[in-house]
Design a protein around this ligand. Sequence first.
Ligand code: MN
Length: 254
Amino acid sequence: MAPVIGVTATLKEDIDQIADRPLGRFVRADLDYVEGVAHAGGVPVVLPPVGERRAAEAVIGGLDGLLLSGGSDLDPSYYGEKPLPELNVTLPERDAFEMALLGEALRRGIPIFGICRGLQVLNVALGGTLYQDLPSQLGRDILLHRQETPKWQATHEVEIHEGSWVGGITSSTCVKVNSYHHQGIKDLADGLRVSARSSDGVIEAIESHDFSERWLVGVQWHAEAMRDAGAEHRNLFEAHVQAAERHALRRAAA
Ligand code: MN
């Protein structure tokens, strides 16, 4: 049986371009995440961010893995901070649903792969904190982490730590990545370790200490958009789906 991977989604207002009037609010997940899971052998299920705890508890039982997608800024109250002027739009329904979902997924040991916002949400759910805005808070020469070029183009490099799980998955010590974030990890959560940084010191990938206990990986770049650019990006999806498969087998045997 192929493992079922929940893919978090966002809510998006849509406008009728011709009539220039609102069409309504829609559940939206970038096809790159969905296809990334499917091409790696998983069965993607898009999870609308509604219903909070009730929905999280109901859907989690059917999931073998969880993919936390990118998106808007997380409300800083989740890590005990007040919003800075540079904070962007937040989406309360999505924050609440994903935090509830993550709580359940962590409790059940479901393999979790976080991308961009997903890495940040994972860190906060485990007790870490974020920079609300890298350029204004780091106050030194940092790289351009918010590129304007297309998503499949790499704009900076990340150095993968030797001996890390992410290093093993990507078979790389240096990966060229795209960059679409203005937030980043400030204090790393206890249950996580850094697996990659960019040359300015920004944390670009995280992982759990011991994959035999719990499988957690987060990357700050949009790996889903770079699957054609190199095997190292596809490998992340494949490793996640394989971990979900092992989790499903263990669960069936228990
Ligand atoms: Mn970056």
